[in-house]
Design a protein around this ligand. Structure first.
Ligand SMILES: NC(=O)c1ccc[n+]([C@@H]2O[C@H](COP(=O)([O-])OP(=O)(O)OC[C@H]3O[C@@H](n4cnc5c(N)ncnc54)[C@H](OP(=O)(O)O)[C@@H]3O)[C@@H](O)[C@H]2O)c1
Length: 249
């Protein structure tokens, strides 16, 4: 059947695959025909993702990508890739006056340095094929808007989106495309730990969303599939808002 969004024959590395957006992306990519390499720190939760993948030739590699040694090991174990979906990330609400050097270190290392170094290491080891597609899960925050207490998280994602543009320019000569998705609230464990909403707060929040619901992991997974597939063959250096219309009002 004609389907420009198909991932059949492609091998895709998905980071942050033990939870939330990365988990959904891994499952949806496998449904689109990809062989998926899933990674994250928690082996038990990675296994839970693995069991939900569509039948195929998939691999699971546990790694803490905040440690450069583990990035190198992960890169060695990866087969040549047609695509990467970078999702591993952390968040913390931190008013400016309360930022500690250790917070800066943790957030920038995981959200910014790790995906940059993983991309570079895979490139150096020739594990990213010609015409591959790299997709970073950045955020609406730090690129299109910001909320109170999110300055460090915003800095980590703004920097990642900046890197993606530079990489898109440099890697275009090899046919490698680099794009970002920029979600607003997606209901995942990360969002639920940062923000526990009662019914009234949830209703207030929803007033800011013209499409009257919060995001689901599949809303992001399907956008990532677009960037990984041939459907986006002439699209690079983008930041795609996935926000139910939040930034319209
Ligand atoms: N949810 C939202 O509203 C939202 C909005 C915009 C952007 N985002 C971004 O989307 C991405 C995924 O977030 P999520 O909401 O799906 O969060 P989540 O459910 O908490 O998942 C985060 C994932 O990152 C992995 N991870 C964290 N630190 C890691 C490390 N040092 N090494 C390897 N893996 C690590 C976690 O795996 P382990 O614990 O197994 O290591 C987990 O699989 C993040 O980059 C986040 O900033 C989320």
């Amino acid at each position: 059947m004609y389907n420009p969004f198909s991932l059949c024959g492609k091998t895709i590395l998905v980071t942050g695959a033990s939870s939330g957006i990365g988990q959904s992306t891994a499952i949806e990519c496998s449904k689109m025909g990809a062989s998926v390499i899933i990674t994250g720190r928690n082996e038990q939760r990675l296994k839970e993702t693995f069991l939900q993948l569509e039948e195929g030739s998939h691999q699971m590699i546990a790694a803490d990508i905040s440690k450069f040694e583990e990035i190198k090991k992960l890169s060695d174990e990866c087969p040549p890739l047609d695509g990467i979906s970078h999702n591993a990330g952390i968040g913390k609400v931190l008013p400016v006056k309360f930022i500690k050097p250790s917070d800066l270190d943790d957030i920038l290392t995981t959200n910014t340095e790790a995906p940059i170094l993983l991309t570079q290491t895979l490139l150096k080891k020739k594990k990213i094929k010609k015409d591959a597609s790299i997709v970073f899960t950045s955020s609406l925050c730090g690129v299109y808007c910001v909320h109170y207490g999110e300055s460090v998280y915003a800095a980590s994602k703004g920097a990642l989106s900046g890197f993606a543009k530079g990489a898109a320019l440099e890697l275009a000569a090899q046919g490698i495309r680099v794009n970002c998705i920029n979600p607003s609230i997606i209901q995942t464990p990360l969002f639920n730990t940062i923000s526990v909403l009662d019914e009234e707060e949830r209703e207030t929040k929803l007033k800011n969303y013209p499409i009257k619901r919060l995001g689901l992991p599949t809303d992001t997974a399907w956008a990532i599939i677009y960037f990984l597939s041939e459907a986006s063959a002439w699209v690079t250096g983008n930041n795609l808002k996935i926000d139910g219309g939040y930034t319209l009002i």
